[in-house]
Ligand binder design. Structure first.
Ligand code: PLP
Length: 382
């Protein structure tokens, strides 16, 4: 029998928390404070508490959450911001939108995350060239696996760079006892519906331990207002999260830890069944992934993807093209060498269905179909 499985199952999650979500939305409808209502502060306290950061500042999207800290640092024309070549476009977009220059850094082929050794090389190359000032680096916790934050923190401190963690996919992860959100000078996350912690529209948050930075982030989020809302002290924007989305997130945060465990159990199930046939995701010792994606590597990727589609197993290619080869960004490809690991990954990666509500039988169905498809594709190629 051919099944038709979802890639992410938001309906199963809703069935579990419907009463809590509806009660939260009813409270917002009753008080009517749709912008900056009391749920915003409640959510910010809960997010900071969850990840052990001093402050959380909610905002309109993950992209805005990346942009605000860079604005607060005064990053603009003439500044170099280092960003991995293998990531979602938003990580690089915010740099360019501030008039700064993205400098693409290659990734580690095992973790898919920014390679600290290559970052060091590219900082040196920018300094040597002397055209741009190295100002900041963006670490992305791609697919949920934490970047090498201890190494990156030391490196950025040594070079005087502001370190921003793009945890749109990584929120919920940890290295040792320290959760994502508490790494970097600031951390940005996204509540886009398909992220590990998602709302029912767009949303995001910035986390930081620094009370002065948090104060500036809040000001930028609200049109650059000072202590009086009509006293405009800096350039800002309308970057606020809606109260309704905060109510949704409060309900989802209550089950998040349990969902993270279910994601991890599914990842281990995939590991057990698929190791040997494909390259399963490597783990950083002592780190915990939020499993935004479970991404395998294989030859014949496109053929395997088609065979899986025919068998009712949806998959996704994140990402088919690295940032430095995207038409709108190719002009910023660094002279300090190509990003060969990122380019190779784009031809090999395949993300399998990943969500906390997959049954063990469905996980086995996915694995059986992957094993069949890999065998068939390699027989065809022989
Ligand atoms: C989703 C995502 C973003 C952007 O988040 P939005 O809420 O969609 O703006 C940024 N970076 C990464 C790595 C993402 O996956």
């Amino acid at each position: 029998m051919v099944k038709s499985l979802p890639f992410v199952d938001l309906k199963a999650q809703y069935a579990r928390i419907e009463a809590d979500i509806r009660a939260g939305l009813d409270r917002v409808l009753a008080h009517g404070r749709y912008v900056m209502g009391p749920e915003i502060e409640e959510l910010e306290a809960a997010l900071a508490d969850f990840c052990g950061a001093g402050h959380a500042v909610t905002c309109a999207s993950g992209t805005v959450a990346l942009q605000i800290p860079l604005m607060a640092e005064g990053i603009g024309p003439g500044d170099a911001v280092f960003v991995p070549a293998f990531t979602f476009v938003a990580s690089a977009e915010v740099i360019l939108s501030l008039g700064a220059t993205p400098v693409f850094v290659d990734v580690d082929p095992e973790s898919f995350n920014i390679d600290p050794a290559d970052l060091e090389r590219r900082i040196a190359a920018v300094r040597l060239e002397g055209r741009l000032t190295p100002r900041a680096a963006i670490a992305v916790d791609l697919f949920g696996r934490p970047a090498d934050h201890p190494a990156l923190a030391a490196l950025c401190a040594r070079h005087g760079l502001f370190l921003l963690d793009d945890a749109a996919q990584g929120f919920g992860g940890a290295i040792g006892e320290r959760r994502i959100g508490a790494w970097g000078d600031a951390c940005a996350t996204s509540f886009f519906p398909a992220k590990p912690l998602g709302c029912y529209g767009d949303g995001g948050a910035i986390l930081t331990d620094d009370p002065d930075k948090a104060h500036i982030f809040r000001s930028i989020r609200n049109h650059g207002a000072g202590d009086d809302r009509y006293d405009i002290v800096r350039l800002g924007m309308n970057g606020r999260l809606d109260t309704m989305q905060a109510a949704v997130l409060l309900a989802k945060l209550r089950i998040f830890e349990d969902e993270l465990e279910a994601r991890d159990a599914l990842a281990r199930h995939y590991d057990r069944r698929l190791a040997g046939a494909v390259r399963i995701p490597a783990r950083m010792p002592g780190a915990r992934s939020a499993w935004a994606q479970y991404t395998i590597r294989l030859g014949n990727r496109d053929r395997v993807k088609t065979l899986l589609q025919d068998a009712g197993v949806p998959t996704a290619v994140y990402y088919p093209l690295p940032m430095h080869l995207q038409p709108a960004y190719v002009a910023y490809a660094s002279g300090a060498g190509a990003c060969l690991a990122a380019e190779a990954l784009c031809n090999e990666v395949l993300s399998l269905p990943m969500h906390p509500y997959m049954t063990s039988a469905d996980a086995d169905y996915v694995c059986d179909r992957v094993l069949d498809a890999v065998a068939k594709a390699s027989a065809e190629a022989a």
